[in-house]
Design a protein around this ligand. Structure first.
Ligand SMILES: O=C(O)CCC(=O)C(=O)O
Ligand SMILES: [Fe+2]
Length: 312
């Protein structure tokens, strides 16, 4: 439950940092699920190329990246925004489902958008190696720094009026040094123009990038973000990884803004029997979406065009 002060802070500023929102009962299974996944990926890649004998998750992650193997999509909890194939990898696991449906998170979400809660499919894992280890042409906001944007603008127009919110979860401590989030000092009252630059980002001149307020938070803490709040993340200038998940929730019955990806009812006061409780059903929903999308023309996930005058 959020206090009245916390709710007021969120409504006024568009963000709220909550330390210690999740404990080891949620975090430990997540880490171990990802460690297992990395071990399997690493073993597959080591059979294809010479990779160093890396021990830890972090060492394997960096060694694989430097050898040109992409762990991001196999570890992501969503399908990609570009062309989807029948064998596009993704990770929908039990520990991730337990995170998405964690009562600690849903209690907070309920305080903001009410008790009819849909798990919105705009969700990602972000594991960010030290920026000095990234390839010069690395542009992905899931692996390197994230450019300024509003979450409203990275959903499709269909969800412009949807009650939704972002829950950003720190798996490692997020610090100014390792690339925590930063937010604009003021909540915007409209959707700012965005452009397809290296990432979908607010058009140059529409946000004061020097005024960012950094939001460090310890592992297990969460940051709530209003979809209208401009935000970005700092570069990872530390020598370790920075790991987070970003989840979104919207009011059941309203468009999610990525309607070709599967959503599900995470909580319902009205009709508790509609809540999804089985992670394997969730996994199958994503697999079915993948199969269908691989067989149909590509659907853009963003509305912005580089031919807009503000993007010139
Ligand atoms: O973690 C990041 O780098 C950015 C996350 C973000 O933009 C979000 O969660 O909406
Ligand atoms: Fe965002």
């Amino acid at each position: 439950m959020l206090s009245r002060d916390q709710c007021d802070h969120f409504r006024r500023h568009g963000y709220l940092v909550i330390e210690d929102a999740l404990d080891e009962r949620v975090l430990e299974p997540l880490r171990s699920e990802y460690h297992g996944l990395m071990d399997r990926l690493y073993a597959t890649w080591a059979a294809e190329a010479t990779l160093p004998d890396a021990e830890s998750f972090e060492e394997k992650l960096i060694a694989a990246y430097q050898a040109g193997f992409d762990w991001f999509q196999p570890m992501d909890i969503s399908l990609p925004g570009d062309r989807i194939e029948a064998d596009t990898p993704m990770h929908l696991g039990a520990a991730v489902f337990d995170l998405v449906t964690a009562p600690e998170i849903l209690d907070i979400v309920e305080d903001i958008i009410g008790p009819e809660i849909t798990s919105n499919p705009i969700q990602h894992v972000r594991i960010k190696p030290p920026s000095g280890m990234l390839a010069a042409d690395e542009v992905r906001a899931h692996v390197g720094g994230t450019d300024w944007h509003q979450d409203r603008a990275v959903a499709l127009q269909s969800a412009d009026l949807t009650d939704m919110m972002t829950v950003w979860v720190a798996i490692t401590d997020a610090t100014i040094e390792n690339g925590c989030l930063q937010v604009a000092p003021r909540l915007a009252d409209k959707i700012l123009p965005h452009c397809p630059y290296r990432q979908t980002a607010i058009a140059r001149g529409f946000v004061d990038e020097s005024a960012g307020v950094p939001l460090p938070v310890r592992a297990g803490g969460i940051v709530l973000i209003d979809p209208m709040l401009p935000h970005a993340s700092l570069e990872n200038r530390s020598d370790g990884i920075r790991w987070s998940f970003d989840l979104r929730y919207s009011r059941t019955g309203q468009p999610t803004g990525r309607d070709h990806f599967p959503d599900f009812i995470a909580r319902s006061a009205e009709s508790p029997g509609t809540e999804l409780r089985d992670w394997q059903v969730w996994k199958i929903m994503w697999e079915t979406a993948r199969e269908n999308l691989a067989a149909t023309p590509h659907i853009d996930i963003h509305r912005w065009s580089s031919s807009s005058p503000v993007c010139a």
